[in-house]
Design a protein around this ligand. Structure first.
Ligand SMILES: Nc1ncnc2c1ncn2[C@@H]1O[C@H](COP(=O)(O)OP(=O)(O)O)[C@@H](O)[C@H]1O
Ligand SMILES: Cc1cn([C@H]2C[C@H](O)[C@@H](COP(=O)(O)O)O2)c(=O)[nH]c1=O
Length: 221
């Protein structure tokens, strides 16, 4: 039976690497797949991992129809056994429903990879639909860590190292860059993974470092 599987974890937890490994393992056994992504850091129509691997992919804009694509390909004689879907948090709920229909009615396996929540700790609509529809949900085994050493569970957006809580939901970026100098007007938006407590408190690496340098004694209880 084909399945819709959702692999999730924070940014930098190895999802794109696993997407490429999954494709490699299935292709090595002669299965025919298609690779999709949306807004990858490496540019359009590319699935890239921080380990240095990348692969051509089909870019998924908001008006892309997975059902039409797969049915069209099968009708023209192509064979499709599985789909790899990276950055699935950016897909629309309707696109996730198309993926579920492809699994159920065409018996094509779908492996979707993406983060659950945005920089405000709100579920991405595409990820929410995946949680609702997936046959299996898998949390990445490699733990990304908060600066305090706890497991990172949240994605913070930073400007000059300071966590922000307002802005566009989609801003492509990386976990590097959160260390820019506080007065660097040219610094770009960055991301940092944090544990829930430090995300709630907006305590990023550079803020924690600044606070500890002030050297104020901790208040008595
Ligand atoms: N230089 C490195 N050496 C070993 N592992 C690395 C290195 N750089 C990145 N990684 C691994 O790659 C992971 C990020 O992989 P990636 O697939 O790009 O993550 P995601 O798609 O979840 O954002 C990191 O968690 C880390 O385990
Ligand atoms: C939290 C958050 C992230 N993004 C972007 C930043 C990256 O380009 C991707 C996540 O990619 P990764 O392979 O999982 O590191 O998503 C965003 O647009 N909005 C957000 O709130």
């Amino acid at each position: 039976m084909a399945e819709l599987q959702f692999f999730t974890g924070t940014m930098d937890s190895g999802k794109s690497t696993l997407a490429l490994q999954t494709n490699h393992n299935h292709a090595a056994r002669g299965r025919q797949g298609r690779i999709f992504t949306s807004h990858d850091r490496a540019g359009a129509a590319t699935l890239s991992s921080r380990l240095g691997l990348q692969h051509d992919a089909i870019e998924v804009p908001a008006d892309f129809d997975f059902w039409d694509y797969v049915v069209g390909a099968l009708t023209h004689g192509a064979r499709i056994d599985y789909l790899i879907c990276d950055e699935a948090q950016f897909y629309t709920p309707a696109q996730i429903e198309q993926l579920a229909r492809i699994v159920d009615e065409l018996q094509v396996d779908v492996f979707a990879f993406g983060i659950l929540t945005d920089f405000r700790s709100v579920l991405f609509p595409g990820s929410a639909r995946l949680v609702e529809l997936a046959d299996r949900m898998n949390v990445l085994q490699v733990e990304a860590l908060c600066w305090c050493g706890k497991r990172a569970t949240h994605n913070a957006r930073t400007e000059n190292g300071v966590m922000v809580t307002e802005g566009e939901v989609i801003v492509v970026g990386d976990v590097d860059g959160a260390e820019a100098a506080p007065d660097d007007a040219t610094a770009e938006v960055g991301y940092e993974v944090l544990c829930r407590q430090h995300h709630r408190r907006g305590l990023t690496t550079s803020r924690a470092r600044a606070v500890s340098m002030i050297g104020e004694p901790l208040p008595f209880a």
